[in-house]
Design a protein around this ligand. Structure first.
Ligand code: XMP
Length: 509
């Protein structure tokens, strides 16, 4: 396994992905991680990430320089390389010109990181500071027109550094460089796979939970379903899942989910119908943040009441994913305030003092899907598009009523039917309808109408951090729009959302 020290670069998730794509396990740690913890993990290699700071700046992140004497190979990227340079006796200076963008890379030592890369390639630069003097034992291995020490290495100590970003697609041979680091320099084996992950996770949960009971909040989404299967393998009947039907799901979804979960997960599941409570609490509320808070609170009350009925439970399981974990580890050590708690189903019932298990906390969404398939979950569960915890409440803009919810459900159902019929469902990150809180004029037959507007949102994305609107064919959109206006009473106009994230978000709220 590889440990990545997070100095705050926006590319850290990418480094992790690149390592995992090579079937090598990796974990991201904050710079404050004690040397003893690092040693105990017995990593084959350490990667020091880039970051926005300047190393001589007060408060810039630092990792224990003892890592350079452990005999473990280290790859420093950008800030990581500058940190290594300064820590080992070299020096770094403020560059006159910030280097940003593509640069020609001339490789002068075609071994180590650059084995088999050739002499000339391009790389992606993004740095303000630059290395002035290399530490003793290091020699330059590549340069760019602006940067003398674009890369350097002390191969005897297996310490290598690059001032560019090998993890981004803009460095075309970056993947090959990382492979050289993993397999040649660190001697990693390609042993990380979903099957091995599942085996280790099951063993870990089994050991951790012992003969105690576990509760899990099932949303019907891929994350909580996969977490449930994994935990079920480890503890069997001692797992109880709770599914809260908040009345804010898509058409027929609660019933379908119930069927599908029952059929495929031979797990003890308690279904709680609570739609009326949610609707009562949401009456008259228009502000999206208030809606979210109310839904969170009612969910917690319902969940907690149900969980209390399960005597002797000591653990609460959640399907938290890696992007949430990374967001919550700040570059300067310790958890930061950025975690989006509302994104997780459940949350910890406060007074129950349950211990948390998060078996997916090191996985990305597509890895969870892969794991789900490896565990034998059916396509319909593994390939469900993400659905927000607060459900349709944040897609009926403005005040929610049973009538408006029903209208949105009908629109959404038509859209999904068409999306699935055309084979777009799996290709899109999400596709859904939104009911707007304004009306517009139309003409139907010979009469004027003054009715509602539905918006269609369809996006492509890898992880929801960024997203682009899907370029669905006009003919397809025309068909969907016609069907919606003809079939759903109360809607006389359909618009298509052509905004990307950022600056927009995926949900409208
Ligand atoms: P935004 O709208 O912030 O959404 O671009 C990013 C992704 O998160 C989903 N989402 C949620 N998921 N609970 C969830 O489990 C929530 O409260 C929640 N809010 C948004 C959204 O659908 C998109 O995939």
């Amino acid at each position: 396994m590889i440990v990545i020290i997070d100095f705050g670069s926006q590319y850290n998730q990418l480094i992790a992905r690149r390592v995992r794509e090579n079937h090598v396990f990796c974990q991201i740690e904050s710079p404050g991680v004690p040397l003893s913890t690092l040693k105990a993990r017995q990593p084959e290699g350490i990667i020091l990430s880039g970051g926005p700071s300047s190393i001589y700046e007060a408060g810039s992140p630092k990792v224990d320089p003892g890592i350079f004497t452990l005999g473990i190979p280290v790859l420093g990227i950008c800030y990581g390389m500058q940190f290594m340079t300064a820590a080992l006796g070299g020096s770094v200076e403020r560059a006159e010109k910030r280097e940003y963008g593509f640069a020609e890379l001339r490789i002068t030592a075609p071994s180590g990181l650059f084995k088999g890369i050739g002499r000339n390639t391009t790389c992606w630069m993004s740095h303000g500071d630059s290395i002035r003097k290399l530490p003793k034992g290091f020699r330059a291995t590549a340069s760019t027109p602006n940067t003398r020490f674009a890369a350097a290495a002390d191969l005897r100590r297996k310490l290598v550094g690059v001032q560019f970003h090998p993890e981004v697609a803009h460095t075309p041979r970056g993947g090959a460089m990382l492979k050289n680091f993993l397999f040649d320099i660190c001697g990693c084996k390609r042993s990380w796979s979903m099957k091995s992950f599942a085996r280790e996770a099951v063993a870990g949960i089994h050991e951790n939970v012992g003969d105690k009971k576990v509760i899990l909040g099932l949303s019907g989404g891929v994350d909580s379903s996969v977490a449930a299967v994994l935990i079920h393998r480890a503890v069997g009947k001692r797992l109880t899942c709770i599914f809260v039907d908040n009345g804010l799901l898509r058409n027929h979804e609660a019933a379908r989910l119930k069927l599908s979960l029952r059929r495929h997960l031979q797990i003890n599941i308690r279904f709680v119908k609570a739609g009326r409570r949610f609707m009562q609490a949401l009456a008259g509320v228009t502000d999206p943040e208030r809606k979210r808070k109310i839904i969170g609170r009612v969910f917690m009350d319902v969940f907690e009441a149900e969980a209390r009925k399960i005597k002797g439970a000591e653990f609460l399981a959640q399907g938290t994913l890696y992007p949430d974990v990374i967001e919550s580890v700040s570059a300067f050590g310790g958890p930061s305030a950025v975690i989006k708690s509302h994104h997780n189903v459940g949350g910890l019932p406060r007074q129950m003092k349950l211990k948390l298990i998060e078996p997916l906390r090191y996985l990305f969404k597509d890895e969870v899907r892969e794991l789900g398939s490896a565990l034998g979950l059916p396509e319909e569960l593994v390939w469900r598009q993400p659905f927000p915890g607060p459900g349709l409440a944040i897609r009926v803009l403005g005040e929610i009523s049973a009538r408006r919810l029903a209208m949105l459900r009908s629109v959404d159902e038509i859209l999904l039917e068409e999306i699935k019929a055309e084979g777009y469902y799996k290709k899109l990150w999400q596709s859904f309808a939104v009911l707007l809180p304004i009306k517009s004029v139309g003409v139907m037959g010979d009469a004027r109408t003054y009715e509602n507007i539905a918006a269609i949102r369809a996006v492509t994305s890898r992880d929801a951090m960024t997203a682009d609107w899907a370029r669905l064919p006009h003919d397809f959109l025309a068909r969907v729009s016609n069907r919606i206006i003809n079939e759903v009473a109360g809607v006389n106009r359909v618009v298509y959302d052509i905004s990307s994230k950022p600056p927009s978000t995926i949900e409208w709220e």
